[in-house]
Design a protein. Sequence first.
Length: 533
Amino acid sequence: MQSSHAHSDDHVSSPYLTLTIVIIGVFMSILDTSVVNIAIPTMESAFNANTNQIQWVLTGYMLTLGVLIPISGWMTDRFGAKHLFLFSLLMFTVGSALCGMAWNTSSIIFFRIIQALGGGFMMPVAQAIIFRMFPPERRGVVMGVFGIAIMAAPAFGPALSGYIVEYSTWRLIFYINVPFGLLAFILGLFAMHEFSHEPHAKLDFWGFGLSTVGFFSLLYGLNDVPTDGWRSLTVLGFITVGVISLILLVIVELIVPNPVIQLRVFKDYMFTMSTIIGSIANIALFAGIFLLPIFLQEVVGLSAIRTGLLMTPAALASAVMMPISGRLFDKIGARPLGLVGLFIITITTIGFTRLGRNTSVDYIQWLYILRSVGMGMTMMPIMTAGMNTVPRKWVSQGSGVTNTARQVAASLGTALLTSILTNRERFHFAVMATNVTPFTAQGQKLLALQHAYSTQGMSPAVVSTLYAGLLRAKAFVEGMNDTFWVAFWLTVAAFILTMFFYSRKEAEIRRGLRHKNKAIEADGQKPALPALE
């Protein structure tokens, strides 16, 4: 008889080899996202493209992920976890090789979409494999090790990419994936377990169509917010189409017998809370990943490599914290870890609301390290606890939904934070510029500078332009601090929700008592805890 929770009854002969293969694939796919971002200006010059054209190297990949991730659960059930993961590895590896050989802008955009055909399925299928392979009482430490790939890869990416671009060729950031991808594929072909699956008779075409249109339109609209703003007809049009399509998707998926996206997984309290807390925390955490590199390079004046190296210790701290929090999760559950981790994130986020142009780089680095420790303590336990109570038949769907939420949260976070940063920067610059009059301290400072530099042959207009540049830099810092305040309140919201993140059902499953209780009851004895249905 099969268990009712997510763990598979299949015997896996070499689970840790399978885990290694899965981690290699996921690490490659996540690392690729951050390394490509740094190399975009170099590609733009190499292909003689403009910014709008080369941006599709990122946008095309992101939109393909947005279409594929929601249907990954159905695909896993239809074709099997092993087959779909091997397909993902192969497509990602082939796409990486083709990207390295690209000869113009159109070719690299097309090859990035091929690469995304692999990257889109990689993460949700990997999580489904882990939850099928390991029982709940061992998932914490395993997901902690797996989380190293999720948290560390984006932080290592900028330093690696900056080094490669500066001392070699941008094509190497794609070619480097090929040997690792081939090794993982060959190992997986012979060593990965073939998990049982239940293929559905036919595809839910309405669900598939609405999912594709909905997530594509929503993500495309959100992706355009940083450049066009929320009032753009393009942004409003795509977001409107996306929202309407997703509302229709919910209606359809709750009616059809075999939905392509199993929304009934949200009937599980822990899963729903995990998705909400994780999404809010992702948006808040994205503030550091998104804003700090801009601040360090454009305001402090660090190079891309120096910025990447400065952020690398935080990745190491998160990597060390992941397995520790996983082991603690197995013993005490997600709520205590989540509360402590979010408290650390909240306090350090307050520190980031007080940055200035002369703030010590060492102070920023230590603050970011502490924030990453909180991240490593929070994210994996919250996600693992949410998946622990998902019925086994829905574990693939649950993994797909979780990763879809993460994808949408990342895009929404980028759009939201960019919009807040831009608006607050404009506000602070307008206030500062208004205060520059002959009767204010700022105006007197400008007149003194004009007088001082006029003796060296510099015109007052040039001095005014330079002074305006200084004001803009200061306005950016003030706007960034305001944006971190938004991140602070988001972490507070996540902290409050985490107080209610507990169920006896999850605790029983995690402690491995569920089946023990059933066996005890079968012998006519009283179970240690009430058995679950």
